[in-house]
Design a protein around this ligand. Structure first.
Ligand code: SF4
Ligand SMILES: [Zn+2]
Length: 397
């Protein structure tokens, strides 16, 4: 099944023609109506935001030639993801709050943000630099190509930087950007990280409102390969409307899909509760809980057993450019220990870090949660949960 008619692709997009079932169209309309309404509650961006200063930067582990190295992530203060304007955005994503919320950020402002980081940090210490704009670097409306071209030419001034990572949805035409970036980067590796989320089209489009399918991903991946650009799929751990057990299975199937396409490195993005999102609304009504840390441990162990060195599964730290109201957790007593083990695992993809970890909540909490089954179809449960949420919103007015 393909659920793509509701996608609002760029005119140059390769998105497919929709053939989904009418009931699914209606459900998608309901999700988008809720998502769009919640976005409007955000209002405009604060007046005093300085768009010559980035949101921030942080060091994380990265990999080159199979070895862990230092990676710098730069979070630019951006115009914001156009998908939010068009459809209300993905159900878990609250990044829009950290952006200008549609006010155009100029090329000069983006360049000034990068210069700000250059003045504060020695970029030469980082073989990998990731430049994230809480949206789509290949969308000219979100980030002028002149800005990213200039930033890449700055990077060319640092001999030690060997790889640059940017992020984008896959439905924007990347050719002009890629050509200019590659020229300015002078032979350095270029990688595009993108929210693939799930290989299951119902999860991708109904649970998340992503607006494309695995077929679009295949097309994008081969197009990028043809241009000498690496791709990094970001997979979403525990989208809304899935049980704990389904969420684990969904990641395992999606990693298998990526492995079948020859992709050996994927990032897990762990759902957090961000303000004024569909996930937030479900969470407020006890219809959503972020994943158990035990689920992360379990799926990393299962990935190791099933895929061995064919899959390197990195867990992105769940601190984003916007505040989270809730995040992956266990009972509270064992959380720090498990999170520490995941951080150590990230350095070498060594699941031995999880050997011997235990807590009473593993049996009493997580195992029970992972065994819960929901007999309803995904469209049925979405419809029921949205009806409940709408009722709760009406009665609180
Ligand atoms: S997850 Fe990505 S595509 Fe979806 S709303 Fe957020 S920034 Fe846009
Ligand atoms: Zn515990």
């Amino acid at each position: 099944m393909i659920i793509l008619e509701k996608a609002v692709p760029d005119s140059s997009s390769t998105a497919e023609i929709f053939t989904g079932l009418p009931t699914e169209n209606d459900i998608l309309d309901e999700i988008r109506a809720l998502a769009g309404g919640l976005r409007r509650q955000n209002g405009g961006a604060p007046e005093n935001l300085d768009f010559t200063v980035p949101i921030g930067w942080e060091e994380r582990v990265g990999y080159l030639d199979g070895r862990p190295i230092r990676r710098l992530i730069i979070f630019l203060r951006s115009t914001g993801c156009e998908w939010v304007e068009k459809t209300g955005g993905c159900t878990m994503c609250g990044f829009y709050c950290a952006t200008s919320r549609g006010r155009e950020v100029s090329a000069e402002e983006y360049i000034a943000q990068f210069e700000h980081v250059m003045n504060a940090v020695d970029l030469g210490d980082y073989p990998i630099v990731s430049i994230y704009n809480d949206g789509n670097i290949f969308n000219e409306k979100e980030m002028p190509v002149a800005a990213i071209e200039k930033i890449c030419s700055y990077i060319d001034g640092y001999r030690n930087i060997r790889k640059v990572v940017v992020e984008s949805r896959i439905d924007y035409s990347p050719d002009e950007h890629v050509a200019k970036m590659k020229k300015a980067l002078n032979g350095r590796q270029l990688e595009v990280a993108f929210g693939f989320e799930s290989a299951n089209s119902q999860v991708m489009n109904l649970c998340i409102n992503k607006g494309f399918s695995a077929n679009n991903f295949d097309h994008f991946h081969s197009r990028m390969q043809g241009m000498g650009v690496l791709t990094k799929p970001l997979l979403l751990v525990k989208p809304p409307f899935l049980t704990e057990g389904e969420a684990i299975d969904d990641i395992l199937r999606t990693v298998a899909y990526c492995v079948s396409r020859g992709i050996a490195y994927v990032d897990l993005e762990v759902t957090t509760v961000e303000k004024n999102t569909v996930v937030h609304e479900l969470w407020k009504n006890n219809l959503y809980r972020p994943p158990w840390l035990w689920s992360l441990v379990d799926l990393l162990q299962q990935c190791r057993e099933r895929f061995g060195d064919r899959a390197h599964v990195y867990v992105s730290p769940w601190n984003y450019s916007v505040e989270s109201l809730d995040w992956a957790r266990n009972c509270g007593k064992c959380d720090a220990e498990i999170t520490g083990a995941i951080e150590r695992y990230n350095c070498h993809f060594d699941t031995a870090e999880f050997d011997g970890l235990d807590c009473s909540c593993r049996e009493e909490g997580w195992k029970k949660a992972a065994m819960v089954e929901d007999p309803r179809t995904i469209p049925e449960r979405i419809r029921e949960q949205l009806t409940y949420v709408r009722g709760a919103r009406l009665s609180s007015q």
